[in-house]
Design a protein around this ligand. Sequence first.
Ligand SMILES: [Zn+2]
Length: 60
Amino acid sequence: MSEKACKICRRITEEKECEVCKNKELTRNWKGVFIVYDPESVMGIKAECTVPGRYALQIF
Ligand SMILES: [Zn+2]
């Protein structure tokens, strides 16, 4: 698996840095995926996601 998750916002990315918060600390140790379609939704607020996309449920 080449996808990594941002340790700050948990965004899943294949890039070398997080495209949301520009953090370079990414981890391969993550599990589960949830998708944010609408950051205004309850789930988006709960996860503090500001950009629609795929996020890791858990990182280790
Ligand atoms: Zn991030």
